[in-house]
Design a protein around this ligand. Structure first.
Ligand code: SF4
Length: 197
């Protein structure tokens, strides 16, 4: 894995993250905070993306500036949780990042799959605000929304990947490679980052 540094996350999010992780990133920027499960979900995603534990501590500390979390509380509680998710505290387990299947089961609109949990209006505006700089237009939305109403959420996410990577030569039906559809947020982001190289 390439080293991802704390200061790179914002740009990586704009360019390479699927909507679920874009949403967590935006909420963190807006609120300077995320609740426990959101933090866990986003933190494990960033870990697998290549953010080291030292960089994760820098990233979260910076992100919380402006919130009620002061240095003392951060050092006592949050740092432990970050280290724990890297397997450095407690039972030292190597926690994997959550897959689409796990996120699709989470019925929370704050950390589950937005294709499933957002209202059609919110989903469409979230898609345009996240991806119009990468070539997604409102004329792409009807087909995506049809896939969503047929409950093929990961197919909708795959279609968004194809549309936003058309400039890099991704064709319709190719998915994240060899016709594969999106099954994991890290697969989406890693593939997108590889294509930029
Ligand atoms: Fe995230 Fe997977 Fe939903 Fe795409 S299909 S938004 S990667 S949970």
């Amino acid at each position: 894995e390439d080293q991802v540094r704390a200061e790179m996350v914002d740009e990586l999010a704009q360019k390479h993250f699927p909507l679920c992780m874009r949403n967590l990133h935006q909420n963190l920027k807006k609120d300077h905070h995320l609740k426990h499960f959101e933090r866990l979900t986003y933190g494990l995603f960033l870990k697998v993306l290549g953010l080291s534990v030292e960089e994760a501590i820098i990233f979260w500390r910076k992100s919380f500036v402006g919130s009620h979390v002061k240095d003392d509380k951060f050092n006592k509680e949050y740092k432990y949780n970050i280290r724990h998710s890297y397997g450095l505290e407690g039972r030292r387990a190597n926690y994997p990042a959550k897959s689409c299947q796990q996120l699709l089961m989470a019925e929370s609109s704050s950390y589950g799959c937005p294709y499933r949990n957002f209202s059609p209006e919110n989903l469409q505006s979230a898609l345009l605000s996240a991806y119009s700089s990468q070539g997604l237009t409102s004329s792409d939305l009807p087909e995506i929304m049809q896939t969503v109403s047929a409950r093929h959420y990961h197919v909708a996410c795959t279609r968004v990947f194809e549309t936003t990577h058309a400039k890099s030569g991704v064709k319709r039906g190719e998915g994240v490679g060899a016709g594969e559809s999106v099954t994991h947020p890290n697969q989406y982001a890693t593939k997108s980052m590889e294509m930029e190289k």
